[in-house]
Design a binder for this molecule. Sequence first.
Ligand SMILES: Cc1ncc(COP(=O)(O)O)c(C=O)c1O
Length: 391
Amino acid sequence: MFSAKDIEKFRTETDGVQKVIHLNNAGSSLPPNAVRDAVIQYVAEEATYGGYETHTKYFEQIELTYDVIAKLINASREEIALVENATAAWNGAFQAIDWQDGDEIITNQSDYASNYIAYLHHPCDLEIKVIPNLPNGDLDLEAFEAMITSKTKLVSITHMPTNGGLVAPSEAIGKICKKHDALYLLDACQSAGQYPLDVRAIGCVMMSVTGRKYLRGPRGTGFLYVSKAVLPELSPYYLDLHSANWTGKDSYEIRSDARKFESWEGSRANTMGLKVACEYILEIGIENIWKRVQHLGDYLRTELSAHEGVHVQDIGSVQSGIVSFTVDGKSASEVKEYLSEKMINVSWNGVSNTYLDMTARGLNEIVRASVHYYNTEEEVDAFIKELKQLS
Ligand SMILES: Cc1ncc(COP(=O)(O)O)c(C=O)c1O
């Protein structure tokens, strides 16, 4: 676990904490100063010396990004594609599957809107099966296993939902997928940077991640992991001259590594920022981060629960740093706006981000306060104090 001195150091290295109490790390985290500086410096060099010339100068640094990400998730560099966000990463994998009418997708109740919309939007007639929850909100793993049939093409799981602290048992799901030889795509958008993601231990063959949330990277960054075991069977839904090579009038060759899911153009400055963000995590340790995030999340839930008129809405036996709650007599946006005036950042969700989960639990909206390791108990106390003034 981090010491008080460690936390102080992280805060000294994050200028934003002097201005705001940032409890919106699940929206977009405050980056370490080193991430901000890497991006600014790179953009300045591009403006002075030219974009391509700066790319050549920093080529090796940019290439290192693949190694750093691979180390963070226990993959190999050939299994990583850099893309603009988690949705692009997720769709890169999903749209590359050889879908046929009647294929089945198994997902969880707290699946993210954009994923579910993609199932519905797909031109093939796909059957979507939703794993039921146990009474405490955990996934019913026995029911899940019983749902798998010879038509199951994909198990698509949102690891940590956008609307609360639930954590799906990613490793247990992976074991069942392996037993039944089912493709397993994990949406780790909310978990990367707070949870120790080890793709080999989890057993997922595809995983989508964004940079701006718990990784504390720049906006407009993300990555896709695709295991070497399934790379050959996935055919990207679009190609360019980076993901494929034009070899003749009637021929082209697709790259064999995960970069077949990338496009040529992208922000190299942001990639530099993402690299620095991942290096920062490797230096301080993701296991330590997870312990600290869970500790602060628990603290926040306990403090919220002690307050009359406030209802914590998180479910499940393992909970993350994403804390959801409702306040009697106040709309979620009113709570957010009030706190924003006090320089406290939180967020809120309506039904449509996680339609199945919100409707199943009879929730119209929730306020979301998401803590990271650089937040403090004092910040949580200040947040609670302000909330008391409101309700
Ligand atoms: C669970 C989950 N998946 C995917 C996404 C989409 O991420 P991005 O906005 O980087 O595409 C989000 C964004 O909030 C999310 O919460």
